[in-house]
Structure formats: C-alpha cells, structure tokens
Design a protein around this ligand. Structure first.
Ligand code: ADP
Length: 478
C-alpha cells in the first residue's frame, strides 16, 4: 500500500516515530522518523503493527488485542526493524477516533538513552567503588597512624607521671602536645572521609546542655588564659536543661571554632553564646555564636573558609598550622543537623562564627521553658576571667513578652540610650544596653532576635558602622 499523500501532518518531520494503524493492525501511515529508524524507507504502509512490535501486539480473532496497551503513558516496547534487528522504544498508543477505530503509536528510540543510562550506572558504580577503596585506605592508614601515636602518647604520659627533671619534662610535654595535635588531625581526616563517602551518621541522645558547654569551656580555658585573653560564655535560660542531639558533634563544632578563635587572637577576648531561636513542636533551633577580637578574615577570603583543605593563605598555614579541614567538617555537621554556619569578620578586628542546629526536647528538659516570664529574661552568665558587664538600668522585671506595648517602649528607650553611648564611644555602656535589648527580644520572632544578636556582636567589636547599620535594622522591626 502507498503512503497516504493526503496525510500531510506537521508530524511528518517529527523526531518521534509516529505510526497510524486500524483495528485490523494494518499500518496506514508512518512518518519519516518511523520509516528511517525501522529501515522500511517508503513501503511501511500496509504492513501490520505486530511486524514492528511482535512481542507486544498479536493478531486476534477480530483484529488484535491491544486494549491493554492503549492510553498508558510511556510503555517500554521492543521495535523490530525490517532486517529483524530490534531496539528499545518508549511508546504511547492512543485511539484517534472511536468510530473509525484508528490508533496512533508515538515512539521514541531510547537505545541511546538506555546506553547512556547504563554508562552512567557503570561510571557511578566505578566512582562508588573508587570512593570505597579511598575511604577504606584512609580508614586503614589513619588507624595505622593512630596506633603508634597513641603508643608514644601512653609512654610519654608514663614517663611524665614517674617524675623527671625540668628540661626533660619540657620536652616530654612538647611530645605530648604534638601527639594530641596529630590525633586531632587523624580524627579530622577520618570524619572528612566518612562525610565525603556519605557514611556519616549522627548519634542523637539526651544530654545535659549546660554540662556540655562547661565541658567545652574546660577544654579551652587554659590555653585562652595562658594567652591573656578574656573569655565569656552566655547561655540563654530558654534552652532546656536537657536536649536530644548529637552531643559529641556539637562539642566538636564548638571545639573547632574556639580553637580557631584562640589560635587567631593575640589580644582581647573570646565570647561564646547559645540561644534558642525557634521551636517547632518538640524540636528547637539552637543558635551558637563564637566571637573573637583576632586577626579577622578578608571579605574575599570568607567564601573559601568552608571549603575543604582551605586556609586563607599559605602564610597562615606556615604560621598557625592546621589542615584547613576543620570548618568544612563543621559545615557538613551543621547541615546534617539541619542548620547553617556563617561568618562575619573584619580584618584585624576579629571574627564571629555563628551556627544553628535543631535538637529535640524531652519532658525532663521542659522545666526551663516553663519558667515564669520574669525569670526567663535573666540571662545566665558565666565568666571565666572577669565578671560580665553589670546589668543596666533596665532590669529583668521589665522584661515582658516581645509584642506588648510596654516591652516595645522599653526597647525603643534602651535603643536610644544605646545609640547615645555609641556616639560617645562609651562601648562599655553600649554593651550593657545591648544586653538589655537582647533580654527584651528573648520572645521576639527569629529575625528580630538575630538582629539583636548581630547588634550585640557589632558592639562587642566596637565597630561603629556596623552598629549603626544593625541599629537601623532593629529599629525598623519595631
Ligand atoms: P585549620 O585546621 O587549618 O584551622 P579550619 O578549616 O578550621 O582549618 O580554618 C581554615 C582557615 O580559616 C584557617 O586556616 C584560617 O585562615 C581561617 N580562620 C578560621 N577561623 C578563624 C578565626 N577565628 N580568625 C581568623 N581566621 C580564621
């Protein structure tokens, strides 16, 4: 049968193969793509559809049994060429006209797609295998390294406990410190390779939040005080006593940020703060801030910070050491805990790293959340070196729920006192007022609370421009 000349469809040149056939299975039209792909050139009309799809269509008593194929989206069929070779297609068959009983089959050659799919699978498998080999290698090597390092460490500690002369003790302490550093690097490499391989799992459990922070503080306080730096830690009373999360990993992030703060600061102070910024059912968002008055980071270098093996420049690694893995691991851990890590910094004025994580709450830990309003506002402060700044004229009695008229008026008053202190460069007073603002915004929505926190950081840095910008933002919220 001749190709129907009157069927001049725009589909003639479609890339898809298009075949029309009747209830008897007889093909009445095949577009150029169908003719070319099936190798029939011009003489496809008059053939039966089961010549093309012998596995899917079969001749029945009155025509063919195709109802089960009709209307379905994308069926995978095998199309046979004239030379009886075949290729996979993704086909859709529709009934064009109920009265005439004309069917249209639209099919796409998916040989290449299947081939590419198989190639992608193969490459993915190879990459996974390579990653597995790499992870196993890293795990083995780090394990092999850890054994002798711990052997050296154990012996050094034994020698130290036995008592030695001053010079030997000094050398042994140095060896001990080197072994500790080496262990830290080994642990970082292990964590990094596990995170990269997607094999890292969090281990959440109930823990005492303030004990965890005390432990972190204890880890760093000696080194910080040895350098003559001040250390302040503030924990919002809105954080329950107990939370459910991966304590070890939160400790790891804080340890990393505090080690860096200590490493890159030679005068001034380091502050650590923890607040509750949001609650959804029994999950709360904790927001941590670690701030220092150290060497700071250039704007251009900030994006590099969270990349693996990235140190701001070679002179940093020469002077301060490190692998450049710490912040990348922190970022990945924070993201696993549903949060974000950010940095604000100014060259030679200091850096502020902040991150959020989501943790669960548990019944025994609800006590802190159920405190009366006036107690909630009184921030629990723990100062390591010197006492915290004294509370200002606004005391905890003035702390009301954020939305009340009284609270907003208090806030406005305190803000204007604060900006006055800033204008007079009385930073100590400004810090006192910003603490009151922080308390007055304890119940505020997250953006307001964060804005107050940023204002506090800017004041601690004595950064006039930033303070005025943050002041404006907070003022706009009111
Ligand atoms: P490292 O183990 O090398 O310290 P990190 O990933 O923790 O690796 O830090 C990467 C780099 O970020 C550091 O080498 C340093 O250049 C910069 N950096 C991190 N924290 C601070 C900070 N508090 N002050 C200044 N620079 C910092």
């Amino acid at each position: 049968m001749e190709q129907k000349e009157d069927l001049v469809f725009p589909i003639e040149d479609a890339l898809e193969m298009i075949l029309m056939f009747d209830r008897g299975g007889k093909i009445s039209y095949a577009n150029a793509a169908a003719r070319q792909k099936l190798g029939y050139e011009s003489n496809l009309c008059g053939r039966n559809i089961w010549d093309i799809f012998p596995g899917s269509f079969s001749a029945g008593k009155d025509g063919f049994e195709t109802e089960c194929l009709i209307g379905k989206e994308h069926q995978n069929l095998l199309a046979y060429r004239k030379n009886l070779t075949c290729f996979p297609v993704e086909a859709r068959i529709v009934k064009e006209d109920v009265c005439t009983g004309i069917y249209i089959c639209m099919a796409n050659d998916i040989l290449e797609k299947e081939f590419l799919g198989r190639e992608i699978d193969r490459i993915r498998q190879e990459a996974q295998q390579a990653m597995k080999v790499k992870s196993e290698f890293v795990a083995n090597v780090t394990h092999e390294l850890r054994t002798p390092v711990n052997g050296v460490l154990g012996n050094v500690r034994e020698l130290l406990s036995g008592g030695t002369d001053e010079a030997t003790e000094k050398s042994l302490r140095l060896v001990e410190r080197c072994c500790d550093d080496m262990n830290k690097i080994i642990n970082n490499i292990l964590d990094f390779s596990k995170l990269e391989a997607g094999k890292f799992t969090l281990e959440p459990r109930k823990f005492h939040f303030r004990n965890m922070l005390d432990y972190v503080k204890a880890n760093h306080i000696n080194k910080i005080t040895e350098k003559g730096l001040g250390f302040f830690m503030t924990v919002s009373p809105q954080i329950p006593e107990y939370v459910i999360g991966d304590e070890l990993r939160i400790v790891q992030i804080l340890n990393n940020l505090l080690s860096n703060a200590q490493k890159f600061t030679s005068w001034g102070k380091i502050t650590m703060e923890a607040v509750r910024t949001a609650q959804v059912n029994d999950r709360i968002e904790l927001f941590f801030i670690v701030s220092d008055t150290g060497i700071g980071i250039d704007t251009g270098d900030r994006d590099k910070l969270f990349q693996s093996f990235s140190q701001v420049d070679a002179s940093i690694s020469r002077k301060y050491g490190g692998t450049g893995l710490g912040l990348n691991i922190c970022k990945q851990l924070v993201e696993l805990m549903g949060g974000r890590i950010e940095v604000e910094s100014e060259k030679n004025r200091g850096s502020t790293f902040s991150f959020s994580v989501w943790v669960g709450t548990c019944d025994s830990g609800e006590a802190a959340l159920q405190q009366p309003d006036d107690v909630k506002g009184a921030s629990l402060r723990m100062a390591a070196m010197e006492g915290p700044p004294e509370e200002g004229g606004e005391n905890s009695e003035n702390i009301r729920k954020y939305g009340t008229q009284e609270n907003k008026e208090n806030l406005k008053k305190t803000l204007s006192k604060l900006i006055l202190s800033v204008e007079m460069e009385n930073w100590e007073k400004a810090e006192m007022f910003v603490e009151t603002i922080r308390q007055l915004t304890e119940e505020a929505p997250r953006e307001v609370k964060r804005s107050a926190l940023r204002l506090k950081m800017a004041i601690q840095k004595e950064n006039y421009e930033k303070v005025t910008a943050e002041f404006k933002e907070l003022n706009d919220f009111l």
